[in-house]
Design a protein around this ligand. Structure first.
Ligand code: C5P
Length: 311
């Protein structure tokens, strides 16, 4: 058996919701969802090292994206470490170092990816031996998107988004992801969603019907058909809070994207393109007309949170 490592590095992917259907809220205010998640190769990296002071937990962050991330005990990676410790009873500590690439509070699950990568890295560093399924279950207590960041690939999410069924999606999809600056708070977007629905009878907190047409298009690897099914029921709420998103979505479509949606609760926009070159073309046209906008091309990835180095 190889000796226990002193340093483990794990990555976890950001996500796009290819469809997001929202049902009623439960007693905690959590909404029932039916969503199709897709992981993209825009990754969060968590390095976990055994600390000099045994048992201590510390966090540092190197962010490649704009915005503020808390380094105190509210940080999801630190909460993941605390949860793994309390669940397994391990006395170990760690110094976590996160390299962020996923837009902060952007609707792409960056914080959840931090938690997922931290769980996977620490489970190995501390030799706590939990299975991926157990890590996903633990992760669901930290946030609805954490189990998917552990799993990766493409999956149907039901319940609060944490009940996952892998969805066959043989085609690699290419996305142009544009972060239009600023942040949207997920609870705030759901609150506006509820406000906009006020007056209509409250839907029950049961999982809405998933988008079967989208699941079929994904299974067939038919990119044009997939483009026709991209949909987000949080769109109106996100646009109510950020009216500029509507124009940007129009601009992405006009400049050649196959389709464009708000990613999750926004404000990141996800535009489906044919390939890398097409993505860069759309991005260049957009920038020529609209000026500075943070856009990058990413592709779908089969990987969830995984260890990339251990020593
Ligand atoms: O699970 P997560 O921490 O990502 O959720 C952030 C917030 O988004 C929740 O506190 C809740 O207000 C809202 N939310 C929701 N229904 C869900 C998932 C999240 O209302 N299924």
């Amino acid at each position: 058996m190889s000796p226990a490592p002193r340093r483990v590095v794990a990555t976890a992917p950001g996500k796009i919701n290819l469809s997001l259907r929202v049902g009623g809220a439960d007693h905690r205010g959590y909404h029932a969802l039916a969503t199709v998640f897709q992981a993209v190769d825009l990754l969060e990296t968590v390095e976990a090292r055994l600390p000099e002071q045994p048992g201590s937990l510390a966090l540092t962050i190197d962010s490649r994206v704009r915005g503020h991330v808390p380094v105190d005990s509210t940080n999801l990676a630190l909460r993941a470490a605390e949860l793994l410790r309390s669940e397994t009873g391990t006395q170990h500590g760690a110094h976590l170092h996160i390299t962020k690439q996923v837009p902060i509070a952007g609707g792409m699950g960056g914080g959840s990816a931090d938690a997922a990568a931290a769980l996977v890295a620490l489970n190995h560093l501390w030799q706590t031996g939990l299975s991926p399924q157990e890590l996903m279950l633990l992760g669901s207590r930290l946030g609805a998107d954490v189990p998917f960041a552990v799993l990766g690939g493409t999956a149907l999410g039901t319940g609060n988004g944490d009940q996952l069924t892998p969805a066959p999606a043989p085609a690699t999809l290419t996305w142009l992801l544009c972060a239009p600056g600023g942040h949207l708070s997920t609870p705030e977007v759901f609150r506006v969603f509820d406000e906009l629905a006020a007056g209509s009878p409250a839907p029950p907190p049961v999982t809405p019907q998933p988008d079967h047409e989208q699941l079929r298009a994904l299974a067939a690897g038919d990119v044009e058909a997939i483009a026709g099914t991209l949909a987000n029921e949080l769109h109106h709420a996100a646009v109510r809070l950020r009216p500029d998103l509507q124009d940007l979505l129009g601009a992405l479509r006009e400049r050649g994207a196959l389709a464009a949606i708000v990613s999750g609760s926004g404000p990141t926009l996800a535009a489906l393109v044919h390939d890398d070159e097409h993505g860069h073309q759309v991005s260049q046209r957009l920038r020529a007309d609209l000026g500075d906008l943070d856009c990058l091309v990413a592709t779908s990835t089969p990987h969830g949170a995984r260890i990339i180095e251990a020593a």
